[in-house]
Design a binder for this molecule. Structure first.
Ligand code: CDP
Length: 238
C-alpha cells in the first residue's frame, strides 16, 4: 500500500512528497503561478489538474517511444506517482522558434524560425534575470555531470523535441521552446520534472497566440482557458 509521507520540496508549480517506498515520490500540481523569478505571483484556476493530465499524456507517449522518464502513474486529479531521482543541477532548454531570453541574447525577432534546433544548458538561478547559460566545459569543470551524461541528456532532449513537435502539430500547436530537467535513477539518466504549459511555449498554429504561462507573465488574459485548451486538444476534444 502506497503511503504519502512528508514534503520534500516545494517549487513554482509543484510540491514533492516522499512515500513509504524510497524509489518513488508523489508530485502534487498546484494552481499557483510564478513569473520573473517570483516577482509576479498569482493563481491559475485548474492549472494543477491540467498540468497533471498533460504530464501523464506526454510522459506516457514518451515511454511508448522509448524515452525513459520518471512518470509511473496518476494517483488523482492533481497528483502522480513518479520515480524518486537525484535531479541533475542544470536544465536543458530546447528551442525551435525564437522567444524569451534567446530573443534578447541573439537579437532575433520573437517568432523567427530557427533552421536547426537550439539546445541550451542553464544553471538554476535564484536571481532575477536570465538563467546562466553553461556549456559542457563548465558542466565538467563544476562536476555537475559526466561528459557521457551530458551527451545522453542532449540526445534525449532532441528526441523529446522530435516526438513533441510532431505530436503537437497534429493538434495544431506549435512548440516554440521548452525546458527539461533530468535525474539519476539507480545511476541512469532519465527525464524528470514536467512538460506542461508552465515550462514550455505552445502557440496556436493558426493564430500564433500563446497557450501557456506567457499569458500569465504578460497579462494577455484568458489564462485558464489557454491551459484548458491545450488539454482539450490532447484529449481530442477540440
Ligand atoms: O521564459 P523565459 O523568457 O524566462 O526564458 P527562456 O530562456 O526564453 O525559456 C525557454 C523555455 O524554458 C520557455 O518555454 C520557458 O517557459 C521555460 N523555462 C522554464 O520552464 N523555467 C525557467 N526557470 C525558465 C524558462
Amino acid at each position: 500500500m502506497l503511503e504519502i509521507g512528508g514534503l520534500l520540496k516545494e517549487g513554482k508549480g509543484k510540491r514533492l512528497y516522499a512515500t513509504n517506498d524510497p524509489d518513488t515520490c508523489v508530485v502534487y500540481f498546484k494552481d499557483e503561478a510564478m513569473a520573473f523569478h517570483g516577482l509576479k505571483r498569482g493563481r491559475i484556476l485548474g492549472k494543477g489538474e491540467v498540468n497533471n493530465a498533460v504530464c501523464k499524456h506526454i510522459f506516457e507517449m514518451l515511454t511508448e517511444k522509448g524515452v525513459e522518464n520518471h512518470f509511473i502513474r496518476q494517483l488523482d486529479a492533481r497528483q502522480s506517482l513518479v520515480k524518486r531521482v537525484e535531479i541533475v543541477p542544470f536544465a536543458v532548454k530546447v528551442r525551435n522558434i525564437v522567444a524569451g531570453s534567446l530573443a534578447r541574447r541573439i537579437g532575433y525577432p520573437i517568432g523567427t524560425k530557427l533552421d536547426t534546433t537550439v539546445l541550451e544548458c542553464v544553471l538554476r538561478s535564484a536571481e532575477d534575470g536570465d538563467d546562466p547559460l553553461v556549456n559542457t566545459t563548465h558542466i565538467l569543470a563544476m562536476k555537475l555531470a559526466t561528459e557521457e551524461e551530458v551527451n545522453q541528456m542532449l540526445a534525449m532532449a532532441r528526441r523529446v523535441n522530435e516526438i513533441l513537435v510532431s505530436y503537437m502539430r497534429e493538434i495544431n500547436i506549435e512548440v516554440i521552446d521548452f525546458k527539461l530537467e533530468f535525474g539519476r535513477y539507480h545511476g541512469k539518466i532519465i527525464l524528470a520534472d514536467e512538460i506542461t504549459p508552465d515550462t514550455a511555449r505552445f502557440w496556436d498554429a493558426r493564430t500564433h497566440e500563446p497557450l501557456d504561462i506567457d499569458r500569465f507573465r504578460r497579462d494577455l488574459g484568458n489564462v485558464e482557458q489557454a491551459y484548458q485548451e491545450v488539454l482539450h486538444r490532447m484529449m481530442g476534444e477540440e
